[in-house]
Design a protein around this ligand. Structure first.
Ligand SMILES: NC(=O)c1ccc[n+]([C@@H]2O[C@H](COP(=O)([O-])OP(=O)(O)OC[C@H]3O[C@@H](n4cnc5c(N)ncnc54)[C@H](OP(=O)(O)O)[C@@H]3O)[C@@H](O)[C@H]2O)c1
Length: 217
């Protein structure tokens, strides 16, 4: 266990995604007990004694309730590829929050992203003028609803808002800001996001906050 901390039981929703699979790998490496929630078990290549796989859809209460049993924390990293209007984020979060409250799982670290709430307009010229209006706007309309549901819950939540993903490994320093002001964050690697989510699960540094994370250049 890195840093001498305690191993935690962490449920990863979206465990086959580009960030989710990095959270799973990094979490296993750090010695945590990871439950990977996936729609298709065949997409999970890894095998480890501290890895459990639960198959289900994030809109299915029964599967979610089963996956939540005995967990210390949930990392939510569900994503959609289509730019069309969606209610997946708000619908699934409504179910998730109710089940977590009922089952006594208190800690939720949820990834939304640049385009949610006051991060709008802080992703750099290309994203703010092209990426957001043409591709991610509908997604973020629902992520705004999702964030509201999380903030209204009794959970120990953290909303992680990464800026636009880039290829590459984790670098040493990136920013995590909770006051927007004039800040523009342009890029962050998926591994950096995965590391931040796990650091946050372990430390609780940003409980009841929504850090915007990324590199300014
Ligand atoms: N791309 C960016 O620049 C960027 C920037 C900031 C934030 N973000 C956000 O970061 C998050 C993670 O992104 P990503 O690239 O890792 O996403 P991704 O690769 O598209 O992965 C999405 C994950 O969600 C799962 N999923 C989707 N619908 C589901 C459902 N109904 N039930 C269960 N699982 C479901 C997918 O499962 P399957 O494998 O079965 O499809 C997959 O594991 C997303 O919320 C994204 O919006 C992205």
């Amino acid at each position: 266990m890195e840093g001498g901390g305690c191993a935690m039981k962490i449920l990863v929703l979206g465990a086959t995604g580009s960030v989710g699979r990095r959270i799973v790998a990094e979490g296993l490496e750090r010695g945590h007990h990871i439950t990977a929630f996936v729609r298709s078990a065949s997409k999970v290549q890894q095998k480890a004694s501290n890895l459990r796989v639960v198959v289900g859809n994030v809109l299915d209460d029964t599967a979610l309730a089963r996956a939540l049993e005995g967990q210390d924390a949930v990392a939510y990293t569900i994503g959609v590829r289509s730019p069309r209007p969606t209610t997946l984020f708000s619908d699934s979060t409504l179910k998730l929050v109710a089940l977590m409250e009922r089952q006594g799982v208190k800690r939720l670290v949820c990834i939304t992203g640049v385009g949610a709430g006051e991060t709008k307009g802080h992703g750099g010229f290309l994203y703010d003028r092209i990426g957001y209006p043409l591709i991610t706007k509908n997604i973020y309309l629902d992520k705004d609803r999702q964030e509201e549901i999380i903030r209204g819950s009794s959970l120990e939540w953290t909303i992680v808002r990464p800026t636009v993903f880039r290829e590459g490994q984790a670098k040493s320093e990136f920013q995590a800001v909770t006051e927007m002001r004039d800040i523009v964050l342009r890029r962050i690697s998926r591994q950096e996001v995965a590391n931040f989510v796990l650091d946050e699960v372990e430390s609780g540094r940003f409980i009841h906050q929504s850090p915007f994370i990324g590199h300014a250049r």
